[in-house]
Design a binder for this molecule. Structure first.
Ligand SMILES: *Cc1c(COP(=O)(O)O)cnc(C)c1O
Length: 400
């Protein structure tokens, strides 16, 4: 008799994006003259950088010629890409060995797969609100999850709890959905907590290239001692427009060790290598050549221009909400603005108001966790034109 994983019954159904789509479709049908502006997108909209396209086209051509054709590649990624990523880290002052870098098809997969190398007996600490993948992947393993509350008092940047010893800690900075970023001092406190408790921090740096202040860490490994207690998940999705192209990387320090249930010390880099070589067969050569190009000096420049475009949209939103006197977080080192719904409205009430009155679509904050109730996520991933038009509608409507 086949027995299924009953933990799946403990997952909360998420109707967030389906509910949004239904409401928007109904509104569009009833208001065919109105131009709907979508400010809820968590996906990039600009095309791939020209150097990336060129490198991928060249790789496609190589695949069509016997002498340069490639079959299976190394599961952990080609050396040319791992070395390019290590050099990229070095460009902002962080030392990572190419052997610590594992190339993958994205941070979401790694986020789910990394649960393989940890015992299900671990207690997991997860911020609320946050990217929902951390919670659901751990529920699927039946693990005990403790939430740490994000709120206006802590700027949606929860700090280590005094009375809880968690084994695995998820941190996301710059944060999705709040746009909040941890300072160096705050991350030092997290590293100290992890070392004191022999915990491991899983640090999601998917938005690292949106950080504009050089004193704000772009990697957990900018913190002394982090190599003894952290794994970093990173993605080219938002930084290089790879949401549909699929490439990410995970950094597992060579010296990171923890004990198993019998007290025997094991090396996490070796475990992850074994996990990947057993269950994953690598990212396409063509994609890896595109990724390599994104990390070249010209590629970094072209990708920075895309990020700057999204950040300019975020700045336009920030300026408008300052003018309106609204309370919000993020929008500086992040494409996300986390707005406190005005007049004490709930997330969905504000969603309905924005849609009905302004034909603007955003994401109800409650979709990212209980503490997101009363908040709303707007993004800078749209066009300048749409962002400006949305802001004009809002300033005119709420400014009165
Ligand atoms: C978009 C995003 C990712 C990226 O996932 P990919 O699978 O690489 O596209 C990871 N973490 C967060 C917080 C994100 O918002």
């Amino acid at each position: 008799m086949a027995i299924v994983n009953g933990n799946y019954a403990n997952l909360k159904e998420s109707y967030l994006f389906a509910d949004i789509a239904n409401k928007v479709a109904a509104y569009a049908k009833a208001n065919q003259d109105k131009k709907i502006i979508r400010m809820g997108i968590g996906d990039v909209t600009l095309p791939l950088a020209p150097v990336v396209v060129e490198a991928m086209a060249k790789a496609v051509a190589e695949m069509g010629v016997k002498e340069t054709f490639r079959g299976y590649g190394p599961e952990q990624g080609y050396d040319f890409l791992r070395e390019a990523i290590a050099a990229y880290y070095q460009s902002f002052g962080v030392s990572v060995d190419a052997k610590e870098i594992f190339v993958s098809d994205g941070a979401k997969s790694d986020c789910g797969n990394i649960t393989d190398i940890f015992s299900n007996a671990n207690t997991i600490l997860i911020p609320d609100p946050v990217y929902p993948v951390y919670l659901d992947t751990n529920i699927m393993c039946g693990r005990k999850v403790i939430y740490m509350e994000g709120n206006p008092e802590n700027g949606f940047l929860p700090m280590p709890p005094k009375d809880v010893k968690a084994d695995i800690i998820y941190l996301c900075s710059p944060n999705n959905p709040t746009g909040a970023v941890y300072t160096k001092e705050q991350l030092e406190a997290w590293v100290a907590y992890a070392k004191a408790n022999d915990s491991v921090i899983l640090y999601d740096a998917a938005y690292e290239s949106f950080v504009v202040d050089p004193t704000v860490p772009r990697s957990i490994f900018a913190i002394e001692g982090a190599k003894d207690c952290a794994i970093e998940l990173c993605s080219m999705s938002k930084t290089a427009g790879f949401t549909g192209t699929r490439c990410g990387y995970t950094v597992v320090p060579l010296g990171l060790v923890r004990k198993n249930e019998d007290g025997v010390e094991m090396n996490l880099n070796k475990m992850w290598l074994r996990r990947q070589t057993t269950k994953f067969n690598g990212v396409p050569y063509i994609t890896q050549r595109g990724a390599e190009a994104a990390f070249s000096p010209e590629g970094v420049k072209q990708c920075k221009e895309m990020v700057a475009y999204y950040l300019e949209n975020a700045r336009i939103l920030v300026e408008a909400f300052n003018k309106l006197g609204f309370t919000f977080f993020g929008g500086v080192h992040s494409p996300y603005i986390w707005l406190q719904c005005p007049n004490g409205l709930g997330s969905w009430e504000f969603f309905d108001l924005l849609l009905e009155k302004f034909a603007i679509v955003g994401t109800p904050g409650v979709g990212f966790g209980k503490c997101g109730e009363g908040y709303f996520r707007l993004t800078g991933f749209g066009s300048h034109e749409d962002t400006i038009e949305a802001v004009n509608r809002l300033v005119e409507g709420f400014g009165k």
